[in-house]
Design a protein around this ligand. Structure first.
Ligand SMILES: [Mn+2]
Length: 303
């Protein structure tokens, strides 16, 4: 988009690119960073519509070489920033259509790294993944199950996307990582079992990180990762809409992601809400999680 056209667009939230990467207009140019600035499906604090711009700001200090994985992720992936999807504030179904029409071709061409937005966007992303790859495994980092049937009678919210994805047959194995906090009833746990979801709660993960990594790395075939930043403790990631105390440290979150050896077809980090952030802590962590995920994909290509 030419600068003068950008001035006429209501896409006012985007002000920079991820990690100062070049802008790409053609997604097939390389692995792309994409923003989805939408937060009308949140149930508590809104603000995740500013996640993409916050994460771009939080990414400015990222440097080209990852010494832990010994890769240059941006070079290896020919990475660029494709800008934001044209979401429609206040209208979730229009936004879902916009995400699917933008992301469908992107998933066919390359591996996208998506910054939300609230977690409702992941249903549209998984529909696009399914269109490109068929059923994939899902690793879902979160403090919440997100498989409620509805909220206030509504089927599409940030707490119901996973049940919709399972109902629509978009996913194979689903492993949740970091579950904690109070829920409405014991039913939630039973529902997970009925839906065939493996939930590794925060105690299980924290008490035995190697066993968790083994479980995740045992997934075979194409895998998608959705990372709700509230999987991390609010002491490390305060800028989010439905915080739950007692989560991962930022080190643990980064270490889990960078230790994955999987065939990733895409990655999203959602629920970053900069209005509640402190000193860009949450945005910087989200940017670094994207960086580690890019590095995992880059490392896989080098092998
Ligand atoms: Mn959550």
């Amino acid at each position: 988009m030419r600068q003068i056209d950008a001035l006429k667009s209501p896409r006012f939230a985007q002000i920079s690119t991820f990690a100062r990467l070049p802008r790409c207009s053609d997604p097939s140019e390389g692995a792309v960073f994409v923003g989805v600035p939408f937060d009308d499906a949140t149930t508590y604090r809104p603000g995740a519509r500013f996640g993409p711009s916050g994460i771009r700001d939080g990414s400015r200090l990222l440097r080209p070489y990852n010494p832990f994985l010994e890769v240059y992720p941006f070079d290896e992936l020919n990475a660029c920033d494709a800008g934001d999807v044209d979401t429609v504030p206040g209208h979730i179904e229009d936004t879902m259509r916009a995400v699917e029409s933008f992301m469908g071709p992107v998933f066919k061409e390359t591996v996208p790294f998506v910054a939300g937005g609230d977690h409702s966007i992941t249903l549209s992303l998984l529909r696009s993944v399914h269109g490109a790859h068929g059923k994939v495994n899902l690793i879902h980092f979160d403090s919440h199950y997100d498989f409620w049937d509805n909220h206030w009678g509504k089927k599409y919210t940030h707490g119901t996307w996973l049940r919709r994805a399972i109902e629509e047959g978009l996913v194979n194995r689903v492993i949740q990582v970091g579950i904690r906090g109070s829920v409405y009833s014991h039913q939630d746990k039973d529902d997970g079992r009925k839906l065939g979801v493996t939930s590794l709660d925060v105690r299980v993960v924290k008490s035995n990180l190697p066993a968790t990594l083994e479980a995740l790395n045992s997934l075979s075939g194409k895998t998608y990762i959705s990372f709700d930043i509230d999987a991390v403790d609010p002491a490390f990631a305060p800028g989010t809409g439905t915080p739950e105390v007692g989560g991962f440290t930022s080190y643990e979150a980064l270490e889990i992601v960078r230790s994955l050896k999987l065939q990733l077809v895409g990655f999203d980090v959602v629920e970053v809400a900069p209005p509640y952030d402190v000193s860009e802590l949450t945005s910087m962590l989200a940017a670094n999680l994207v960086y580690e995920a890019m590095s995992v994909v880059a490392k896989g290509r080098k092998r």
